[in-house]
Design a protein around this ligand. Structure first.
Ligand code: HEM
Length: 451
């Protein structure tokens, strides 16, 4: 009788498997698993079997060539009470239709018009950055990208409604931060947290359905992302229902706001520890912009700024892990994989793998010179995922991150408040738990921004 081959893995505990190790320190635990057990590691988390895949070719296999034999993993599906069947969580024909309908709104040409909104919002923040005063840079970046997503998604200024949306999303994210979710603790228990969660979902629905109703009734087209989604038609001429629009709006709000804020927060924290990078960034900004605010047209020439963003996402990927569930039996990396197995790919682990990156723990934006992105094996660097489910907002996010960093770093530099230490929480996203207070300083020798 043939013996089924099982991938190696760390010794687990009775009943709980590796759940406690994972919950205690997900990033450290997964890194150790990869370094000690190789490219396919078997884990048991909660009640599910997981294979952690640590080789780019296996990453590509799951995200690309086997994309029709997998669906989103169990943990991702847990956010369905919030995002419904939006792009992040839908599957099969319904995902294909929605992706096709939404895609034109995210193409390079379509998003360039949002550059001006992004820069305008960054300039407003700059106006509040008093030199010598400490700021919580994470909070600032969250407020900044919230304002931008509200304006670009449904032409809303940061007023009561959009800050309410931000608050609801914050309540929901906190809800998913609770590690007990992993053990499937019942959502219907009458706890305060569950009540707050349900109230946040209800308030979010009220706001979004209100916006959709008003927009369907009114004639003018503000040219925002919602107008694109409202106008989109499939081959039969059918558009999205209110429910689909609501789900896509929540998804875009959720997926597009915090991830970009995190990218910038980590970029400022890394820059603060690398004065030579601040100097090189400043030199590029002075040369390309000469003291005027940037625009979308400048983005291709802001090469070093782009490298700083790429390198920050390599070391601190806001989406630090991607999960899939096998819907069929197949073999991966030489190991049989049963239907229902959870397949985990971790950008945190892959991006710090010394096989693909020299001196992987160091912040070296210039490593991206000479087209490193093209020279890397496919699947070694994937801050936006890969394959057909790759982030639909990747160009939007890169443009936003480059424009915001350019606008802010052109005039100011941030210095870490003495004693602040960065600690991380690996929830749905990789968030700073503490250590993001920074003091605003003038950038030495900067050209004052005109206009
Ligand atoms: C730095 C910022 C961002 C990062 C790191 C990021 C990361 C990701 C990743 C890794 C995925 C793939 C998840 C998977 O395969 O399971 C994804 C999907 C997605 N992202 Fe982003 N994202 C960012 C910004 C944005 C923005 C700005 C938007 C929209 C405005 C957005 C909308 C989406 C959507 C809708 C999906 C699901 C796509 C699909 O499955 O068809 N993201 N993102």
């Amino acid at each position: 009788m043939a013996v089924a081959k099982i991938p190696p893995g760390p010794k687990g505990r009775l009943f709980l498997g590796h759940t406690l190790d994972y919950m205690g320190d997900s990033l450290g635990f997964l890194t150790r698993c990869a370094r000690e057990h190789g490219d396919v590691v078997r884990l048991r988390l909660g009640t599910s079997d997981y294979y952690l895949l640590n080789h780019p070719s296996l990453v590509e296999e799951v995200l690309r060539s086997r994309s029709s034999e997998v669906i989103k993993d169990r943990l991702t599906r847990m956010i369905m009470p919030v995002v419904g069947r939006g792009l992040l969580t839908s599957e099969g024909a319904s995902w294909r239709r929605q992706r096709k309908l939404a895609m034109p709104a995210f193409q390079r040409g379509a998003i360039e018009r949002y550059g001006a909104v992004m820069v305008e919002h960054a300039l407003r923040l700059l106006g509040r950055w008093d030199v010598g005063r400490p700021r919580d840079v994470h909070q600032d970046m969250m407020d900044l990208t919230l304002g931008i997503v509200a304006k670009t998604l449904f032409d809303a200024e940061v007023g009561a409604e959009s800050s309410d949306v931000g608050r609801c999303i914050e309540v929901m994210m906190k809800y998913y931060l609770n590690p007990m979710k992993f053990l499937k603790v019942r959502e219907w228990l009458p706890t305060r947290e569950n009540r707050e969660f349900r109230a946040a979902v209800a308030r979010l629905d009220e706001i979004l359905y209100g916006i959709i109703r008003r927009r369907r009734a009114g004639g003018d087209d503000p040219g925002d992302l919602l107008s694109h989604l409202l106008a989109a038609r499939d081959e039969e001429g059918a558009g999205m229902t209110d429910r689909q629009l609501r789900d896509e709006c929540v998804t875009l709000f959720l997926a597009g706001h915090e991830t970009t804020a995190l990218t910038l927060t980590f970029a400022f924290l890394l820059l603060a520890r690398h004065p030579e990078a601040v100097a090189r960034l400043g030199a590029e900004l002075d040369e390309v912009l000469g003291g005027r605010p940037p625009s979308a047209a400048d983005v291709p020439r802001l090469r070093y700024t782009d490298w700083v963003i790429r390198e920050s996402m390599r070391l601190y990927p806001p989406a630090w892990a991607i999960g899939r569930e096998a819907t069929e039996d197949f073999e991966i990396g030489g190991y049989p994989t049963r239907k229902g197995t959870q397949l985990l790919v971790s950008q945190w682990v892959l991006h710090r793998d010394p096989r693909w990156f020299d001196d992987p723990d160091s912040f070296r934006p210039e490593r991206w010179d000479n087209d490193l992105a093209r020279r890397l094996p496919k699947g070694a660097y994937l801050p936006f995922g890969d394959g057909p489910r790759v982030c639909i907002g990747n160009h939007f996010a890169m443009m936003e991150a480059v424009l915001l960093l350019a606008t802010l770093a052109q005039a100011r530099r941030l210095e870490i408040v003495p004693g602040e230490e960065l600690t991380l929480a690996a929830s749905i996203t990789l968030r700073p738990r503490s250590g993001t207070r920074m003091v605003v300083r003038d950038r030495e020798g900067s050209i004052p921004i005109a206009g």
